[in-house]
Design a binder for this molecule. Structure first.
Ligand code: BTN
Length: 253
């Protein structure tokens, strides 16, 4: 069970805990379609049997060891074409939370992975429901590795692996919700430029030349930023090129 403290304005005021489910994103979507759930509603579980990740990947987490939850936002103040702003705000909320525990070592890997060094500690899956040009609702799924120390992939890490400490998942959830709400309110207040500056400042490999696979071809390029629609701006062969999520991946040298 999760007990949410009264330290946020609306995030986590309505919590739906299920011991097990396929995917909290899927469950929250179903719930929100059946009944009107208030903004800030959270669905959280100890165990996902079909956790979903970006690019059609899965998300694995040892039951009860990590945070796996989804939250419902209703960013009616945003247009569909601005949806990357929400990606930046959510990434920064998680970044702020992690930086308070692992100072100076957290990076945001475009578009919304959180890394410690080269290892991934948090994945985010945002699924937006659009009506015309508006965002009707957003389901923000977060998998944050807390106490798990053995992973099937060598590129994963957790708070415990990085600090040697044990964490209480409930306390960490409360702290994370506060950070997420602060960044969401910053977005709602129209402070997009501040969010973008913070996002770029903490972006993994910004300004560095590395290998990428773009549209099936390996290339060298330098990340120079992100455009308004969230495409990655890569300087290569003397020109700036822009890539969407399915068009580019980081290659490891
Ligand atoms: C990724 O990095 O690929 C995104 C992973 C997102 C995982 C979280 S766990 C809670 C929520 N429910 C899901 O099925 N996925 C997200």
């Amino acid at each position: 069970m999760y007990k949410i403290l009264a330290n946020t304005l609306f995030l986590g005021k309505n919590v739906v805990f299920v011991p097990e489910c396929h995917s909290t994103n899927t469950l929250l979507l179903e719930l929100s379609q059946k009944t009107n759930q208030p903004e800030g509603t959270i669905v959280i579980t100890h165990s996902q049997t079909r956790g979903r990740g970006q690019r059609g990947n899965g998300w694995e987490a040892e039951p009860g060891m990590n945070l796996t939850f989804s939250l419902l936002l209703k960013p009616h103040f945003m247009l569909a074409k601005q949806q990357f702003d929400l990606t930046m705000a959510v990434s920064l909320g998680v970044f702020d939370f992690l930086s308070a525990r692992i100072p100076g070592r957290v990076k945001i890997k475009w578009p919304n992975d959180l890394l410690i060094g080269e290892k991934k500690i948090t994945g985010i899956l945002i699924e937006n429901g659009l009506v015309g040009e508006q965002i009707q609702q957003s389901i923000v799924g977060i998998g944050l590795n807390i106490n798990q120390t053995v992973f099937s992939i060598a590129t994963a890490t957790s708070l415990k692996m990085e600090t040697g400490l044990d964490f209480a998942n409930n306390d960490e959830l409360n702290a994370l919700l506060q950070k997420l709400e602060t960044r969401y309110l910053q977005l709602r207040a129209g402070k997009r430029a501040e969010l973008q500056a913070a996002y770029l400042k903490n972006l993994y490999r910004i300004g560095e030349t590395h290998s990428f696979v773009a549209n099936g071809q390996k290339m060298q390029g330098r990340i120079d930023g992100v455009d308004e629609s969230g495409r990655l701006k890569v300087h290569t062969d003397g020109i700036d090129r822009f890539f969407g999520l399915k068009e580019i991946s980081f290659a490891y040298e």
